[in-house]
Design a protein. Structure first.
Length: 129
C-alpha cells in the first residue's frame, strides 16, 4: 500500500473518531467529520468506504450527501435547533465585544442559509423521515 493511501486511511479514522465524539460534544460537528471520513475512505479503502456507507448510524447521511449533496429535512431541523441554541448561549454568556458578536450572528445565519439551501434527497420527499 502506498503512502497516499495510508494518509487517507489515517485521516479517515481521525475524522470518524472526531465525528463520533461530536455526537456527545455539542460544539464539535458530527456530520462534516463523517462526510470527510467517507471521502478519505473512498480514496484509501473501498472496503472501509462501503462499510461506513452501510452503518446504521452514519450511512444514511453519507448516502444522501453522495447522491445529491442533500440533507434530510429532519436533519436540517435538528441542526437548526443546535445552531440556534449554541450561538444563542454563546452570545448571552460570553463577554466578547459587540463586533465579535456581530460576526457570530453572521456566521450562524450563513450556516443556516447553507443548510437550508441544500436539496432534500428525492427518496425522502413526501415520505416520513
Amino acid at each position: 500500500m502506498n503512502l497516499v493511501r495510508w494518509v487517507y486511511l489515517l485521516a479517515g479514522w481521525i475524522c470518524l473518531l472526531l465525528g463520533f465524539i461530536g455526537i456527545w460534544v455539542p460544539l464539535l460537528p458530527t456530520t462534516p467529520f463523517v462526510l470527510l471520513a467517507a471521502f478519505c475512505f473512498s480514496r484509501g479503502s473501498v472496503r472501509l468506504h462501503r462499510w461506513l456507507r452501510e452503518t446504521r448510524l452514519f450511512g444514511p447521511v453519507i448516502r444522501d450527501w453522495e447522491a445529491c449533496r442533500g440533507i434530510r429535512t429532519s436533519a436540517k431541523i435538528k441542526a437548526t435547533i443546535m445552531i440556534v441554541a449554541v450561538f444563542t448561549v454563546t452570545l448571552l454568556v460570553t463577554a466578547i465585544p459587540l463586533p465579535a458578536k456581530g460576526l457570530l450572528v453572521l456566521l450562524a445565519v450563513s450556516l443556516l442559509a447553507y443548510l437550508w439551501t441544500r436539496p432534500v434527497p428525492a427518496v425522502h420527499l413526501g415520505s416520513p423521515e
